[in-house]
Design a binder for this molecule. Structure first.
Ligand code: PEP
Length: 259
């Protein structure tokens, strides 16, 4: 009974070389097929390292998998003298449908600013990719109690200048940094509090119709045993999963999010 189609995504981070990546995806596809996963019930996405994408494309197209995939980052530029960067154009050409933008590890390790991330969101749309904009507060901000304000400021900066159509297509992932890879899970009510605030902010910035369409994900130590409770919250439309997405059986159980 979801208004918005649930979106369950695995972020492999810098794990799985191109050989391991294929094996993982094959196992995931087999597990989901054994379990007769209904792809209409939840869209399944993976975000492998760039070097895996060509292999992922071959497997997805060759075996006609319904699993969609995307890059973990993209350049704000289209082409040119940007050594080491990857254009959204290249990702589209490899069959990517999505791209992560502003994961907390990009914000902290690569110092990506809200301005740069806004340019990356726009670059994604320019190349026919749906951006998954990641927002969320660190531990200090959470302890200070200003997490909603902090996260909404990241959201506002990220969506600046988008059209209503783009905002409706956008996916936003709320990932409290203190819950990423730490085993600390924000409670379902924390996920709901922030997702409701994000939706209200989108209604303010665009309108209610747009806000009603934008899919909002929670991410941070999601496992098979907490997925169902988080997904039961009305403003949570999906999950962004790091560590647990590297285990195909665990991830397949998250995709089913049954309690
Ligand atoms: C992530 O990297 O987006 C994430 C949520 O990681 P983990 O599930 O490992 O906390």
């Amino acid at each position: 009974n979801f208004i918005r189609k649930p979106f369950i995504a695995g972020n492999w981070k810098m794990n799985m070389d191109h050989v391991q990546g294929i094996t993982l995806l094959q196992k995931l596809a087999w597990t989901l097929s054994d379990a007769k996963h209904d792809y209409n019930r939840a869209e399944v996405a993976v975000f492998p390292p760039f070097t895996d994408l060509r292999g992922v494309q071959t497997l997805v197209q060759g075996d006609e998998l319904e699993i969609v995939y995307g890059g973990q980052d993209l350049s704000q530029f289209d082409s040119g003298a940007y050594t080491g960067d990857i254009s959204g154009q290249f990702l589209s050409k490899l069959g990517c449908a999505y791209v992560l933008v502003g994961h907390s590890e990009r914000r902290t390790i690569h110092n990506e600013s809200d301005e740069v991330l806004n340019a990356k969101v726009k670059a994604a749309f320019r190349h026919g990719l749906t951006p998954v904009l990641c927002v969320g507060e660190g531990l200090e901000v959470r302890q200070a109690g200003t997490h909603v304000e902090h996260t909404l400021a990241q959201l506002r900066a990220g969506v600046e200048g988008l059209t209503a159509e783009q905002a409706a297509e956008l996916v936003v992932a709320y990932e409290p940094v203190w819950a990423i890879g730490t085993g600390e899970v924000a409670g379902p009510e924390d996920a709901q509090e922030m997702c409701a605030a994000i939706r209200a902010e989108l209604a303010e910035l665009f309108d209610e119709t747009v806000a009603g369409k934008t899919r909002l994900l929670y991410g941070g130590s999601v496992k098979a045993n907490n997925a169902a409770a988080i997904m039961a919250e009305s403003d949570v439309d999906g999950l962004l999963v790091g560590g647990a997405s590297l285990d195909p059986a665990e991830f397949a159980n998250i995709v089913r999010f049954e309690s």
